[in-house]
Design a protein around this ligand. Structure first.
Ligand code: R5P
Length: 286
């Protein structure tokens, strides 16, 4: 049985179809004091529950704990938790004395209600070690080639570019899945939570279609800066693609204002730019 979190209903449905498994219909509610409620009336008699949840907020984490507890209470033998997008993953170390390692704190909490975790493109693969149960990390970046392959006008001399060297593997994966093009990366400096600057590489971009790839678009600062640099250097169409289209604050507008041609993400977070599902990638580990 596939059990959707309230923010992962499309992905859960795609996964149920891909695995030919049943899809639970949870009851989601909120009490007058703001507390959340998530129940799984269909869970009775299921052998395995695969809970599919993105956790971009505190409420989403509580909802996940409730779904885990509900299926256990109903007598399910095995609980698998697919963290489509793991919130707090970027707080993966104590940056200042006294800071919490928030990614570890939430990982420990999630571990209490599950036999196994599947994590889609976490900020760092080492985050898997924070869980107290077996955790598989899956890389869904190759799925981002799908909307690019479907473009009416194919990419012209494509350059797949990551905004920093940390995301160059994603650029390479998307390029390989697309089937052609060059790969390069910028040097990024982060000045604050919403301000970054990028230093261009030597790659020739004039007249070329450029696909900027990253694991996540959060505030959009990284992508907007990269788009601006590429426009100054006369790139042709500029696409921004990411696994997790968080799109916080005015990120979407920021990208439009910067002059992006299209924004594509996956359904690890359900947004209007979620152009492709990661379900085919998840099938391999479920
Ligand atoms: C950073 O290491 C990540 O890969 C992303 O580049 C970053 O989190 C994006 O954040 P924002 O959209 O706020 O610039």
């Amino acid at each position: 049985m596939i059990v959707p979190g309230s923010r992962s209903q499309a992905l859960a449905a795609s996964l149920a179809a891909a695995l030919d498994d049943s899809l639970a219909v949870p009851a989601f509610d909120r009490f007058p004091d703001g507390e959340t409620f998530a129940a799984v009336p269909d869970a009775v008699d299921a052998e395995r529950a695969v809970i599919v949840a993105a956790t971009p907020s505190n409420d989403a984490y509580v909802e996940l704990l409730q779904l885990q507890d509900a299926v256990r209470e109903a007598g399910v033998d095995e609980v698998v938790t697919v963290l489509a997008y793991m919130g707090y993953a970027r707080q993966d170390r104590a940056f200042e004395p006294g800071d919490p390692i928030s990614a570890r704190a939430v990982a420990r909490a999630v571990s209490t209600g599950t036999d196994r975790v599947v994590l889609v493109n976490p900020h760092e693969a080492s985050i898997a070690e924070f869980f107290d149960v077996p955790c598989d990390v899956v890389d869904a970046a190759s799925r981002l080639a799908v909307p690019l392959e479907e473009l009416e006008t194919p990419l012209e001399e494509p350059l797949f570019l990551s905004p920093d060297d940390g995301a160059v593997d994603i650029a390479t994966t998307v390029r390989d899945a697309y089937g052609g093009g060059d790969v390069d990366y910028f040097e990024k400096t982060r000045h604050s939570g919403s301000e970054v600057s990028v230093e261009p590489s030597d790659a020739a971009v004039a007249g070329r279609d450029v696909v900027i790839t990253d694991d996540i678009i959060a505030t959009g600062s990284t992508m907007a800066e990269s788009v601006a640099v590429l426009r100054e250097r006369d790139a042709n169409r500029i696409f921004t693609v990411c696994v997790h289209p968080l799109l916080a604050r005015a990120a979407r507008t920021r990208l439009e204002a910067a002059g992006v041609a299209r924004v594509y993400g996956t359904d690890t977070l359900e947004r209007d730019v979620s152009a492709v599902s990661v379900a085919p990638t998840l099938v391999g580990v479920l």
